[in-house]
Write a protein that binds this ligand. Structure first.
Ligand code: ASP
Length: 453
């Protein structure tokens, strides 16, 4: 049995929904379909995602305004979808009435208000796709995630999946009709609608696939493959045919954003293979994400880059001999709510690596003060505007000289490497440099590991 999830671009218009439905019907194994809200239409300049239109509405209504323009934009979108699919306009009327109803009551907590409205983007897709399938004679059942028992809680700034959800959703596997399941939201124990973070329909899809023990989870997007490097940096990069869970995790960390990072855990723990495929080109094989690779074509599978890093470099003679010093330093970071990414250390020094956008100048001032006053650290240097480039590949583990080749490729670009890090599992290596040199370093590395013939 296949659980397939269609992203916003695959459901952005009537034409896209028709394509998605023909993909669904093309394989009888596709029994559960998770849908995102309608996304951006490529042929409409300045178009917005339905979710963003709903967020706009939430903001103006919360501010006490009527939101007529925002409602108009939503209604426009809804009526186009319905008419492009030759469905009855009353469907759009009913959905619009529900949006208006939910946006009435501004007396509730802001998050409850927002999530209640924003979740309607996926509810719209669910209803429209189901109605369209009925109109072409397909038996399909719209299942609201809240009725199906996707129970969520909001904790520590994150929407978390409560364990009973898996049991509750497992019954979907025995539904006789094709199940259409709106992604992105569920119900709290208190009975409120709650959404995941942006892009969260992937998480719903992953939970449903895990709960129903699907043989395959398909993620239908607008790209034929995951590529070995971001096409924004490298022209026409090589497609990745197969990638392991661990490789995907590593690459997702730095910026391969094809699947929501929180969707990976439910799939990985149930060892469900993932296929990334393109709704606009369904015959392309796509990229398979597997627990274990079946073959390795290349020593490096992918190269990811991100230019939002910063290091806090602390020096003191014999720092490595001070018992508990790392704990005391990191406790200060923790108390200041600064997320620490890596901590490479030397004999008399250590660097704490954080994301630049999460480390404001104000954070820096307070941190410097506390390190100095509480731990007597006088030699603290902060370097901003750093980039991280990560090479990732299962093949690296058993191949001698990969890091040497990477370092030489960067050196040939005349770039000084600030930090190198590789962990014990040896399937990735991180190089840090000035963000202004990141592009050149990416090219050097790409040409080294993916030479063009
Ligand atoms: N519609 C939501 C968003 O735009 C969730 C999703 O598409 O996965 O973020």
């Amino acid at each position: 049995m296949i659980v397939c999830k269609f992203g916003g671009s695959s459901l952005a218009s009537g034409a896209q929904i028709r394509k998605a439905c023909s993909i669904i019907l093309d394989n009888a194994e596709r029994r559960i379909v998770v849908v995102s809200a309608p996304g951006i239409r490529t042929n409409v300049p300045g178009d917005k995602k339905m979710t963003d239109l709903l967020i706009d509405l939430t903001n103006v209504r919360w501010a006490g305004l009527e939101g007529n323009m925002e409602l108009l934009a939503i209604s426009d979108r809804l009526f186009s979808l319905v008419s492009e699919l030759d469905l009855h306009p009353s469907i759009a009327d009913q959905l619009l009435a529900e949006i208006a109803r939910r946006s009435e009551d501004t007396t509730v907590h802001h998050k409850i208000y927002r999530d209640g409205i924003v979740s309607l983007g996926e509810a719209i897709s669910g209803r429209v796709v189901t109605e369209y399938l009925h109109s072409i004679g397909v038996k399909a059942k719209l299942v609201d995630p809240r009725d199906a028992g996707l129970v969520l809680s909001f904790y520590s700034g994150l929407t978390q999946i409560l364990p009973e959800s898996y049991d509750n959703l497992s019954t979907l596997a025995s539904e006789e009709e094709l199940v259409i399941f709106p992604g992105f939201y569920g119900l709290t124990e208190e009975g409120n609608t709650i959404t995941f973070s942006r892009g969260g329909s992937d998480i719903s899809g992953a939970v449903v696939a895990a709960a129903t023990e699907a043989d395959l989870y398909e993620n239908w997007t607008d790209q034929d493959h995951v590529y070995a490097a971001n096409p924004n940096y490298i022209n026409d990069p090589e497609p990745i045919k197969e990638i392991s869970y661990s490789e995907m995790r590593e690459l997702a960390y730095i910026g391969f954003s094809i699947i929501h990072p929180e969707a990976l855990e439910p799939l990985f723990s149930h060892r469900i293979p993932i296929r990334i495929a393109n709704t606009d080109n369904p015959s392309a094989k796509g990229t398979m994400v597997l627990a274990e690779r079946t073959h390795l074509d290349n020593v490096v599978t992918g190269i990811a880059a991100n230019d939002d890093f910063c290091t806090i470099n602390i020096r003191r003679v014999l720092l490595n001999q001070e018992r508990g010093i790392l704990l005391r330093i990191l406790t200060i970071f923790n108390e200041l709510d600064i997320n620490v990414e890596h901590v490479p250390s030397g004999i008399d020094s250590l660097s704490v690596i954080v994301r630049g956008t999460e480390f404001t100048l104000e954070d820096e001032l307070v941190l410097r003060d506390r390190l100095q006053l509480e731990l007597g650290m006088n030699d603290i240097e902060v370097t901003r505007n750093l980039a991280v480039i990560m090479i990732v590949g299962e093949g690296m583990r058993d191949t001698v000289g990969v890091i040497a080749r990477a370092a030489a490729a960067i050196a040939r670009e005349n770039i000084s490497i600030e930090v190198i890090m590789s962990d014990y599992h040896e399937i990735s290596c991180i190089f840090m440099m000035s963000k202004y040199e990141m592009n050149r370093a990416m090219h050097g590395l790409y040409n080294e590991f993916f030479p063009r013939s």
